[in-house]
Design a protein around this ligand. Structure first.
Ligand SMILES: O=P(O)(O)O[C@H]1O[C@H](CO)[C@@H](O)[C@H]1O
Ligand SMILES: Nc1nc2[nH]cnc2c(=O)[nH]1
Length: 301
């Protein structure tokens, strides 16, 4: 029989973990990065690393999915102090919303101000190619609309307000900065902005479901990210979301696309270097002037 899941929703539990980490690293990260499926290499490029396997950290859940190593990595990216999750948690693993988002609250208590969350996603927008990058402008949560919100349950005001706003979930200044960084690197031909749709998983979409998601205005589909973003906004972090399009969702009964996690990981690993360059550039820009107004918004499809 499965063991009962630990309740990680309380402020005290989050603080215990934050205090444990604070006592073991001299780093004071301002930015947290979550590595999506197969994107763990993003953490390997940090300098002055301090690495904590999840199983060594009090109250931390365990990674159970291939392509999610299960390590917390503190270090510097472009000279900026960061903490990287080399492996995230998903609701389909059987974890509750508060467990999936536990690290976000710990980061907030450690003084993190910006969350950069990355994922592997299936492209629904016909303009997207495998290997493209989509900055998340907004999200639709099939999971959340169905009642599975990570903030469900009693609210502790020390963690955030009862009814957080989500119309500003993805920080427009960070989005502009990310687009500028992509342009500086010459990435504009394969970078877009769009709407990420979260589904419960772990099965991929049927053709009819993908068509429904397209009709709803979703550009990419995945099984993560949204709970993290909701909790990050609840505790006042600024958020940038980024999807790597690892496959194209099948939307026709004659289309050859067949989703598999092996193919998702192949594409993620192959594109990790481009993502590393983009995040390094973006982090450097963040360090220059965290809240400077962007001169001219750039438009991407
Ligand atoms: O969102 P990440 O963790 O990148 O992973 C994506 O890839 C897996 C499916 O291949 C799912 O877990 C989906 O959410
Ligand atoms: N739901 C979903 N998640 C993904 N993660 C990577 N690709 C996909 C996909 O096509 N659909």
């Amino acid at each position: 029989m499965a063991r009962a899941e630990e309740d990680r929703s309380s402020y005290e539990v989050c603080k215990e973990t934050a205090d444990w980490l604070r006592a073991r690293t001299a780093q004071h990260p301002k930015t947290a990065i979550i590595c999506g499926s197969g994107l763990g290499d993003l953490a390997d490029v940090l300098e002055k690393k301090a690495v904590f396997p999840y199983e060594d950290i009090p109250h931390f859940p365990r990674s159970t999915v291939a392509g999610h190593a299960g390590r917390l990595v503190f270090g510097e990216l472009s000279g900026q102090p960061c903490v990287c999750m080399q492996g995230r948690f998903h609701c389909y693993e059987g974890y509750s919303g508060s467990t999936v988002t536990f690290p976000i609250r710990v980061f907030s208590l450690l003084g993190v101000e910006v969350l950069i969350t990355t994922n592997a996603a299936g492209g629904l927008n016909h303009h997207f190619q495998v290997g493209d990058i989509m900055f998340i402008r907004d999200h639709i949560s099939m999971f959340g609309l169905g009642g599975q919100n990570p903030l469900r349950g009693p609210n502790d005001e020390r963690l955030g307000v009862r009814f957080p706003c989500m119309s500003d979930a993805y920080d427009p200044d960070l989005l502009s900065l990310a687009m500028e960084s992509a342009q500086e690197l010459g990435f504009q031909s394969f970078v877009h902005a769009g709407v990420y749709c979260m589904l419960a998983g772990p099965s991929y979409e049927t053709i009819a479901e993908s068509r429904v998601l397209q009709a709803l205005g979703a550009d990419a589909a995945g099984m993560s990210t949204v709970p993290e973003v909701i909790v990050a906004r609840h505790c006042g972090l600024r958020v940038l979301g980024l999807s790597l399009i690892t496959n194209r969702a099948a939307t026709s009964y004659s289309s050859p696309e067949e989703a598999s996690h092996e193919a998702v990981l192949r594409v993620s690993v192959a594109r990790a270097e481009a993502l590393c360059r983009l995040l390094a550039r973006l982090t450097a820009r963040l360090g220059e002037s965290p809240r400077a107004p962007r001169p001219q918004p750039l438009t991407f499809i």
